[in-house]
Design a protein around this ligand. Structure first.
Ligand SMILES: [Zn+2]
Length: 62
């Protein structure tokens, strides 16, 4: 069986981002190299994956 465990990577600069034990689904983690924010998806029992965090709109109409 192939080893499918991979270290999540920054989707922008491909820097490996070490998973941390306290990552939760939906947690926002920042790339240490370029500062891009990523949202943690997956997790137990799936492998942790990272997706680009949604742009946070500062304009909420107030
Ligand atoms: Zn990066």
């Amino acid at each position: 069986m192939p080893n499918t465990i991979t270290t999540p990577q920054c989707l922008v600069c491909e820097t490996a981002i070490e998973p941390e034990a306290d990552w939760d689904h939906g947690e926002i983690v920042e790339c240490t190299a370029c500062g891009q924010e990523h949202e943690v998806v997956g997790g137990t029992p799936e492998p942790v994956r990272l997706e680009l965090a949604p742009e946070i709109e500062e304009d909420w109409g107030e």
